[in-house]
Design a protein around this ligand. Structure first.
Ligand SMILES: NC(=O)c1ccc[n+]([C@@H]2O[C@H](COP(=O)([O-])OP(=O)(O)OC[C@H]3O[C@@H](n4cnc5c(N)ncnc54)[C@H](OP(=O)(O)O)[C@@H]3O)[C@@H](O)[C@H]2O)c1
Length: 230
């Protein structure tokens, strides 16, 4: 049966690749990001299959309004893919504290808020799935990566806790931990994008996770290059 799947950060990069893959499978997609034009372009390629909502996920007041609208428009959501994120890097004393807060709001708190809004209907139905696009940075320390690492380690602990809470409700919780993946994320870095994993590899992993049938669930999946990290 085709599902209705919310994807955050679907306008580009890994999220766009996941959205395109799921649209080809015939799923209904609900996309959240700031760039409405990019999402409408994706939606236009699959009429009646994709609905975009424009929102800055690091602005929790705006997110509250958009989630109220989304829940009223689409009462049944089968799966949420928490993918949107950004990377704030720098030695701790150089980081602007407001930027630190924004990093946590986007990478962690938005996922918590969206989960709180969408979970009740899943619990009532005793079915659903939550997929977190995390990072190897949840468990591997990078110098200068305190803000990003804290947000991703927090996201892992949030997913781990939800998994235990939601077992009686038959709601699966999956965390995906990719290493460097060739997206615009790396455009201003000196790391060679052509040597990185492709976003399609992460989308394929999400497809595999969705292919498992109850009671099986992929709880965690790590994807990195055969050659190892940069
Ligand atoms: N690329 C990697 O090497 C890598 C490795 C491990 C994990 N990851 C994780 O994978 C996820 C996706 O990364 P990516 O490489 O695909 O990044 P990306 O190409 O920069 O795309 C980020 C996505 O998140 C959305 N986003 C960013 N800030 C937002 C905001 N304030 N409000 C709403 N949406 C926002 C963007 O949409 P708009 O700009 O339209 O808002 C875009 O769709 C992230 O969680 C990242 O931590 C990436």
């Amino acid at each position: 049966m085709k599902q209705t799947i919310v994807i955050t950060g679907a306008s580009r990069g890994i999220g766009k690749s996941i959205a395109k893959k799921l649209l080809l499978r015939g799923e209904k997609i609900v996309m959240l990001s700031r760039n409405i034009d990019a999402m409408e372009k994706i939606a236009a390629e699959h009429p009646n299959q994709a609905v975009p909502y424009q929102v800055d996920l690091s602005d929790l007041e705006s997110l509250e309004k958009v989630m109220a609208q989304l829940c009223s428009d689409i009462p049944k959501i089968d799966c949420v893919i928490h993918n949107a994120g950004s990377g704030l890097f720098g030695n701790i004393e150089e980081l602007d504290f407001q930027e630190w807060q924004k990093q946590l709001d986007l990478n962690l708190n938005a996922a918590v808020f969206i989960t709180q809004k969408l979970l009740p209907q899943m619990k009532l139905r005793k079915s659903g799935q939550l997929i977190f696009i995390n990072s190897i940075a949840a468990g591997k320390v990078f110098s200068g990566g305190s803000a990003y690492g804290v947000s991703k380690a927090g996201l892992k602990m949030f997913a781990d806790t939800l998994r235990e809470e939601l077992r009686p409700f038959h709601i699966g919780v999956s965390s995906v931990f990719p290493a460097a993946t060739a997206t615009s994320w790396w455009d201003s870095s000196s790391f060679p994008k052509e040597e990185m994993m492709k976003p399609e590899s992460i989308a394929n992993a999400v497809g595999f996770i969705l292919d498992q049938s109850f009671p099986a669930v992929v709880e965690e999946m790590t994807l990195r290059r055969v050659q190892g990290d940069f």
